[in-house]
Design a protein around this ligand. Structure first.
Ligand code: GDP
Ligand code: IMO
Ligand code: MG
Length: 467
């Protein structure tokens, strides 16, 4: 029997938690932050703003393919694995079981945060059930991406997909196993031999050295050990104590393994459902889902993008929005806001609040086209295709909204926004059925407009909100 579960006080803790969890009045508030497009919507900045009052931030999916930018008084942080809460010393940050962790990337990120004066000891925890990315995952990904005849996804080359493949194939290594030296040695010896054979046969890859890998990862394991916890227990306990949790999504709805533009997706459940499976917090404990969308659209890598602009206007949006990947530096593809996709994201995630970021990037325009519907074979449709080739048939129906042609970066209330900007936001609300709770008009923490009803519904104004 498992040692913790068998202890009488362990059982007592669970009973108290279950009782508390049933009562919405005593448990802490929760909100999921989810990308409503193809990632890079500005989730990092929004999580940072919300952690003013939330106690815990938990990442639930993806890995160091994510790049979440937070700018505080001009100082820039790009977080890949570590949740945004780390930049507030009073917050607890958790990397949940749904995340795939490259131990070397994690330690590098931790070292860089420490060097920047950020506290990471005692306030950052890693799930013992999270999967580990090993060098052969990257080898398999590179081989597969470059193999003739294979569909090139345009991945971040971080080994994300192959690591999730091993998880689902029940042959992965979890963080708890990484800390078990004997198991680690046996796992690396066996798996490395197997992967070397497959990669050589399929892609003619150079073999990896299992001994060297074991030494490197055993050393990393020692450094990671102090961060490792049963984070499902930690999070449920925090909730039972009345602490509030924000779940930090990575990637976006259209990159979700099930609901995105398959196969041009990532390999995890990026949508809000992933917050429950990826942390061990039950779906019944999720109060609010907040979808983050840019005022226009971007995507990195290959795959369908109905409202993409391939002309000078697209280049203009890229330059003005500084649309270059936070992690890979790759130029992002750009296009107009796609309302059918936003409605789809609303349905899949259960979005009740939207946050519109990068409104300022449209400041110069006198007219803003918005995709309001799709036509396939001349007929209007609300359906989002299940096949990537289905997107080729889509003809976007555009409506031109009046632009405001004036700066918004220093505006701090909705009322002070130009009339055309308010109309743009109201139109998004009307077309999606979600309310706009926050508007971002620049990359800095301060360049944010909070809507009063959003503040009160999320309890952002409550003095005891963090408890
Ligand atoms: P994430 O992956 O969703 O966290 O987004 P990224 O950090 O990858 O990309 C968003 C980029 O837009 C970053 O460079 C942010 O600093 C920047 N950004 C966020 N909000 C705004 C905004 O309202 N205006 C402008 N101009 N930039 C923003
Ligand atoms: P954040 O959290 C934008 C894209 C990659 C590629 C596809 C699969 O910063 O929003 P992967 O390496 O995951 O197997 O690549 O997914 N992608 C992202 N695009 N933002 C991200 O994360 C992304 N994470 C993965 O470009 O097209
Ligand atoms: Mg990003």
């Amino acid at each position: 029997m498992c040692a913790t579960m068998g202890r009488p006080e362990g059982r007592a803790i669970f009973q108290v938690e279950f009782a508390l969890r049933r009562s919405k009045t005593t448990r802490g508030r929760t909100a999921v932050i989810v990308g409503a497009q193809w990632g890079d919507e500005g989730k990092g900045k929004i999580v940072d703003v919300l952690t003013q009052t939330f106690s815990v931030v938990a990442r639930y999916a993806g890995g160091h393919n994510a790049g979440h930018t937070v700018i505080i008084n001009g100082k820039k942080f790009i977080l890949q694995l570590v949740p945004g809460g780390i930049l507030r010393p009073e917050c607890t940050s958790v990397i949940g079981n749904g995340v795939v962790i490259d131990p070397l990337a994690f330690l590098k990120e931790v070292a860089s945060l420490r060097a920047g004066g950020v506290r990471v000891d005692g306030n950052l925890f890693v799930s013992n059930r999270a999967q580990v990315i090993l060098p052969y995952h990257r080898m398999m990904e590179l081989g597969s991406e470059n193999a003739p005849g294979r569909v090139k996804i345009g991945t971040t080359s971080r080994g994300i997909g192959p690591s999730y493949e091993d998880k689902m194939g029940r042959r992965g290594l979890r963080i708890a196993d990484l800390l078990d030296t004997q198991l680690l040695r046996a796992h690396i010896e066996n798996t490395c031999r197997e992967k070397n054979m497959i990669a050589h046969a399929l892609f003619n890859s150079e073999p990896l050295d299992a001994d060297k890998m074991f030494r490197e990862y055993a050393d990393a394991a020692e450094q990671i050990a102090p961060f490792v916890r049963d984070t499902a227990l930690l999070l449920n306990r925090a909730l039972a104590e009345g602490k509030s949790i924000v779940f930090e999504g990575a990637q976006g709805t259209m990159l979700d393994i099930d609901h995105g533009t398959y196969p041009f997706v990532t390999s995890s459940s990026a949508t809000s459902g992933g917050a429950a499976t990826g942390t061990g917090v039950p779906p019944t404990a999720i109060d609010t889902v907040i979808g983050i969308t840019k005022a226009y659209c971007t995507r990195v890598g290959s795959g369908p993008f109905p409202s993409e602009l391939l002309d000078a206007q697209g280049e203009d949006l890229r330059q003005r929005g500084n649309e270059f990947g936070a992690v890979t530096g790759r130029p992002r593809r750009t296009g107009w806001l796609d309302l059918p996709l936003l409605r789809y994201a609303g349905m899949i995630n259960g979005i009740s609040w939207l946050v519109i970021t990068k409104l300022d990037v449209l400041d110069h325009l006198t007219e803003i086209p918005v995709c309001v519907g799709y036509k396939v074979d001349g007929k209007e449709t609300d359906e989002v295709p299940a096949q990537a080739c289905g997107y080729e048939k889509i003809e976007c129906i555009y409506r031109n909204m009046p632009g405001w042609a004036s700066p918004t970066q220093d505006i701090r209330t909705v009322e002070a926004l130009p009339k055309a900007a308010r109309e743009y936001l109201a139109f998004i609300e009307k077309e999606t059925g979600a309310r706009v709770g926050m508007i971002s008009t620049g990359p800095d923490r301060e360049q944010t407009i909070l809507v009063p009803s959003f503040i009160s519904e999320l309890g952002l104004d409550s003095p005891a909100a963090r408890d």
